[in-house]
Design a protein around this ligand. Structure first.
Ligand code: GLC
Ligand code: CA
Length: 573
């Protein structure tokens, strides 16, 4: 295990649209982030991960890029970005960007060219297939338009195969100009790039170098396990589409990542983290094992909210603590001393961690800080999501049209509008699992729109900003989640054992208390976290160095959502 700044980093994810608006148009922007750098520096995080800031028509809020070398105009200009990067660096903060190259926008120049003709030089930048039935293909002399079918009219039998988009419906879209289908594993405005094409790969490495040469400190790689497709494009058994691994880990993925490493990463001291969608623990070290020279770390989906379309009427039950422990053990053991992961409980694709695993009504402070304790004391590079450090929660959405996310809108069309499902039931489900909960504007203070914008915010502001859930209130609150985070981050940064130490689950079957040890070079740290609103009894040795109750942290009784971090010097271990 090679120590590195990447392993010791503390990542903070910013969703730029929702962080801080500087010009009153209701959309967060780069100058807004710039205004808040002091806040981020005081928090103590070391790396800022910016969700996509590139030019995009926003079919999926920036995860559909139309120009990888241009800044999204509503976020600002390249000069704003250069200034942000310089100011961040001046404060000792690194910045990583979001590399979305499994697909581009259909408005990207490459795709505009690609769809023009079958012999266009960019044709093979994307994945094109003929219809299964020849009758759909425009014949010589007949205007393609006569053969065009709307999405709903194209029968299953014509699709090149039965692949489903992760955002609902067939993954193939009929394109009239050339009478073929293109592949889109996400929405139809996100055509999949063809990684089989070496010219495409070279373009990707070039654009990565463009940003790294500017001084950017690395990338998070969006849906990286999907880059390589199963070349035979087989039909899958339908139940497989609920499983995120359906499209992951294609035959050439490791070849591509090794090539990317040699072409790009090997020349920079940068951080990379893969979105490990569909990667099983036992395969993780194929991506992140040290000798593989592919990626430095990835984050897994085993505890992410299952969000396949059907879940919008019937959400899966939340993970129990015992399940969380099993997942954690499985990954920690699989990675061992060879691989590395990034640890998270929240991001822009999941509802709020406090709403999922804590009790924001009765114990907001205790449960938010307890969850922070776990997040920052597991083995791996922690990734914090904006707003979790001030106790932001899921937002009460009162009607379906208050949601913005394309995934919610597609699911609504399929399940309720076309499928006849119950609207009220849909609303209840979306209020639990929608990604928009993480995307509501950051709550800075109790002024209008929570200080996020002087204009009309692009997405609803959670009304609880007026009840003390905001950064300004957290500055002075006697029980401050924010100050707890600051202190815990400081502890983490000065304690290598908390970054590198071996993880041992002391009570795997306990569904109330998460009790584990981190052992490193003869030092043992014992972490005890009560995941319930009731008191729990535990045997706890060691000297309590940190916790979320200020007094009486010596007894064997853990109070509601209590967390403790204790130090133990073990003889010779
Ligand atoms: C990743 C992103 C998600 C996006 C999807 C398609 O999962 O995190 O937000 O919708 O990729 O780019
Ligand atoms: Ca703005």
């Amino acid at each position: 295990m090679q120590p590195s700044w990447q392993k010791e980093a503390i990542i903070y994810q910013i969703y730029p649209r929702s962080f801080q608006d500087s010009n009153g148009d209701g959309v967060g922007d780069l100058r807004g982030i710039l205004q808040r750098l002091d806040y981020l520096q005081a928090l103590g995080v070391t790396v800022l991960w910016l969700s996509p800031i590139f030019a995009s028509p926003n079919a999926d809020n920036g995860y559909d890029v139309s120009d990888y070398r241009a800044i999204q105009p509503e976020f600002g200009t390249m000069r704003d970005f250069d200034e942000l990067l310089a100011e961040a660096h001046a404060r000792g903060l690194k910045i990583i960007l979001d590399l979305v190259v499994n697909h581009s926008s259909d408005e990207h120049e490459w795709f505009r060219e690609s769809r023009k003709s079958k012999d266009n030089p960019f044709r093979d930048f994307y994945v094109w297939k003929p219809a299964k039935s020849a009758s759909l293909i425009p014949s010589e002399g007949i205007k393609p338009a006569t053969n065009v079918l709307a999405r709903d009219e194209v029968d299953d039998e014509y699709f090149p195969n039965n692949w489903q988009s992760l955002f609902g419906g067939s993954a193939w879209k009929w394109d009239e100009a050339t009478g073929e289908f293109y592949l889109h594993l996400f929405v139809e405005k996100q055509p999949d790039l063809n990684w089989e094409n070496p010219r495409l790969r070279r373009e990707v490495y070039d654009l990565m170098r463009f940003w790294l040469d500017k001084g950017v400190d690395g990338f998070r790689l969006d849906v990286v396990p999907f880059f390589s497709k199963a070349l035979t494009f087989p039909d899958y058994p339908p139940e497989r589409f609920a499983d995120l691994s359906a499209y992951a880990n294609g035959p050439r993925i490791h070849e591509f990542l090794r090539e990317m490493h040699d072409e790009v990463w090997s020349n920079y001291d940068a951080l990379n983290v893969g979105e490990g969608v569909g990667v099983r623990a036992e395969d993780a070290n194929l991506y992140v094992g040290e000798s593989r020279r592919e990626l430095q770390m990835l984050y897994h989906f085993d505890h992410a909210v299952p969000r396949d379309e059907a879940r919008f009427l019937d959400p899966a039950p939340e993970f129990s603590l015992v399940q969380m422990k099993q997942i954690t053990r499985r990954w920690d053991e699989a990675l061992g001393d060879d691989g590395w992961q990034s640890v998270y409980f929240g991001n822009h694709d999941n509802p709020r961690m406090l709403s999922r695993f804590g009790d924001p009504v009765r114990f907001p402070y205790e449960s938010a800080t307890m969850l922070a304790t776990v997040l920052l004391t597991l083995r791996g590079t922690p990734s914090l999501y904006q707003g979790d450090e001030i106790g932001m929660t899921n937002c009460p959405f009162e009607a379906v049209n208050e949601f913005d996310d394309v995934q919610v809108r597609n699911a609504y069309d399929a399940l309720v509008r076309r499928g006849g499902g119950d609207e009220a039931q849909f609303l209840v489900a979306a209020n639990r699992i929608a990604r928009d909960h993480a995307r509501t504007p950051f709550q800075w203070d109790d002024s209008p729109n929570a200080g996020f914008s002087t204009g009309r915010p692009w997405l609803k502001v959670n009304p609880n900003f007026g009840q003390g859930v905001n950064a300004a209130a957290e500055e002075t609150a006697p029980k401050s989640i924010l100050n707890f985070y600051r202190n815990l981050i400081e502890l983490r940064k000065r304690t290598p054992a908390l970054a590198y130490g071996h993880y041992r689950d002391v009570r795997p079957d306990d569904n109330a208390v998460w009790l584990y040890e981190r052992e490193w070079k003869g030092e043992t740290w014992v972490i005890a976290c009560n995941f319930t609103g009731e008191t729990q009894e535990v045997e706890l040795e060691g000297e309590v160095r940190f916790g979320n109750y200020t007094t009486g942290a010596t007894s064997a009784t853990l109070r509601p959502y209590e967390s403790r971090v204790a130090f133990q010097k073990k003889a010779n271990s």
